[in-house]
Design a protein around this ligand. Sequence first.
Ligand SMILES: [Zn+2]
Length: 415
Amino acid sequence: MEYSHRYAAYPTQTVAAELERHIDIHRQAYNYTRYEYEHVESDNIGSAYKHHYRLPGWKDEFPVFSEVNSKALQRTVTRFYQNLSNLSEQKQNGNNVGRLKWKSPHDFKSMTFSQSGFELKNTSGRHATLELSKIGDVRIRYHRDIPDEADIKEVTVKKETTDEWFVSLGLETDDEDLPEKPDVDSLDTSNSIGIDLGILNYIHTTDGLSVNWLDLDEEYERLRREQRKLSRKQEGSNNWEKQRVEVAKVKRRIRRKVLDFQQKLTTWLVREYDAVFVEDLDVKPMLEQSHNARNKQDAAWRQFITLLEYKAELYGVHVEQVEPRGTTKECASCGCESEKPLWVREHSCPSCGFECDRDANAALNVLQRGFESLGLGWPESTLVETALPVGTTAVPAKRVVETGSPTLNEAKAVA
Ligand SMILES: [Zn+2]
């Protein structure tokens, strides 16, 4: 499986200048690939693989292309073709897309080393060193170890709009080195969990846990303030440029906080359970969420599920996305459907009389569908007794962020 780890990087001034110079050469290579693709007739054009054969000729003609790592140069040519194929995919999906654009220095902020040209060193402490061919050593904040069995396939160095540097390591772990998932037949409700992706709560689980939204009010207030300041400056001026960086920093801080929260929550889930079931967002009607600005901010549900799925592989846990339609309407006890406007917070079945929290009922349906999707039956009569927790425990997101788990410390019971 392939995944990536991202680290903050702290190049010295000299190395940062080299990085920028190299990125700019790659930008020119990208633009030149585009130029040749559009204007040059040759057998060696039309795919990244063929286009790579033109590189020796480039280097003869423009010695500057010899100054960067040659695998990385190939990777930049590949990047053009990848963008091209993304573009045609979007076209096929009916989106109105133009042609690939020429990249200005402002639009081209990264380069990628592929297979070679890099070495990660001194990984025992809080910082590590990344050696980049023809550039030099870059210190990175090594806050997450790379698993022993993982290979580093690629290294992408990027300068963000905040002017900060990051490196992203593309990792690959052989599937046979991954822990085995528990036998499906031995799963039971006590080590499996269904999750309702919430409107009022972030998640609501069948174990009676509701984890609240991350409180980002302060950050959003700050963002509005900085954006207002930006709008008062003259576009393109020095002050405008400085303020633009401030805005980008606040945005990044928000993204980072959300990611940190999601990292902790998903790690806790895959450590705690053998199977985790969530709704399939690709088909989930977003209707209920459209009016809620809070959700839009960082619903980032896709990111949450992506993290969950990749950790499931690393920890050997089943993660299944289930059909989300009707999870709220359907009674988890008898399956009978009843309409339920958003403001109705309780599930009270007109058919069988089963009562519980609206989101708890939805989570139970997710759990049930998860079992079905793994091909397991469900003793329907015992569902409610065995799976339904006595009450719901509301947990502030802050606790997850601070302790890494929603279940540590005393929780406030609300039901
Ligand atoms: Zn019912």
